[in-house]
Design a protein around this ligand. Structure first.
Ligand code: GUN
Length: 279
């Protein structure tokens, strides 16, 4: 029997309903500011969608756009101003940034209590200590999708393919927190297919279209595809979906899997940040 499809749109809609319910209990409107510097076409779409979804759910969503030639110091001042603004609960600076701006300095400047991307070193540290914190949105979405299968994570072997700060490392920390035995695979890993083939849960986040083939997948594994690649003018994940579907028990499609989850989790983080900061 082919794998069951994990419906990211449906799970994201459920998360959005939770956000609406939480908002209904608050006497104020949490504020989210999405900052973009320059005109990267993908970033334009992402930032617009984040601000739009915030408004749709009843948050105060603002898009703040700056010139591609902006100076680093000026961006840092803008962030400090957002840190001081009591109506701002969540601050997100879309990456990548133009080359004259050091993303580390920008992330470090964000108040950790408003860091709804979960990228600040304080929040990364708390995550790896297994302490409550704002968790990066895509990894939080991945966990929610795995949770939607109802399959227990504790004791399972998990392979995370890719070691980025945005996806691979935080996903690994979250799986470990749920008591999986986690291996992070990357470009220098020896016998990557052999390691992935032992995994009950596979998270692919490498950015190479159809990198994960059916031969790498253990029968009845759960396969989560974080990849968004262009291949022959179409969107393709990191997983060879059609073949892997014949081996796995559960699998996410691209599009319609992890993608819809990221913004939903961002909205959830913004509400969490507001509740925590405002008491
Ligand atoms: N660029 C790619 N992914 C992300 C993300 O999750 N947040 C931000 N701010 N920028 C990104």
């Amino acid at each position: 029997m082919p794998a069951q499809i994990i419906d990211g749109k449906a799970v994201a809609a459920a998360v959005e309903q939770e956000v609406r319910a939480d908002l209904a209990k608050l006497p104020y409107k949490p504020g989210l500011v999405a900052v973009r510097v320059g005109n990267d076409p993908a970033s334009e779409v992402y930032v617009r969608n984040k601000a739009r979804k915030a408004k749709e759910l009843g948050l105060h969503g603002t898009e703040l756009v700056f010139d591609a030639l902006m100076r680093e110091d000026d961006l840092l001042s803008e962030i400090r101003q957002l840190n001081r603004d009591n109506n701002v609960d969540g601050i997100l600076v879309q990456l990548p940034l133009p080359k004259q701006i050091d993303p580390k300095k920008v992330i470090d400047a964000i108040d950790p209590a408003k860091d709804v991307d979960g990228f600040h070193p304080i929040n990364v540290g708390l995550l790896h200590l297994g302490r409550p914190t704002l968790v990066p949105c895509t990894p939080a979405g991945v966990m929610r999708l795995i949770g939607s299968t109802g399959v227990e994570i504790a004791g399972k072997r998990a392979a995370v393919i890719g070691r980025s700060d945005i996806v691979g490392k935080p996903v690994a920390a979250l799986l470990l927190r749920e008591n999986a035995t986690v291996t992070i695979c990357h470009s220098r890993t020896r016998d990557l297919p052999g390691i992935v083939r032992e995994a009950d849960i596979v998270v692919a986040a490498i950015g190479k279209p159809r990198f994960v083939t059916a031969e790498m997948i253990k029968r009845d594994a759960i396969v989560i595809d974080v990849g968004i690649n262009r291949l022959d003018g179409k969107l393709a994940g990191d997983v060879d979906f059609d073949r892997v579907r014949e081996v796995a028990s559960w699998i996410t499609p691209v599009p319609g899997g992890v993608g819809p989850m990221t913004i939903a989790m961002l909205m959830k983080n913004t509400v969490t940040a507001a509740q925590k900061r405002r008491g």
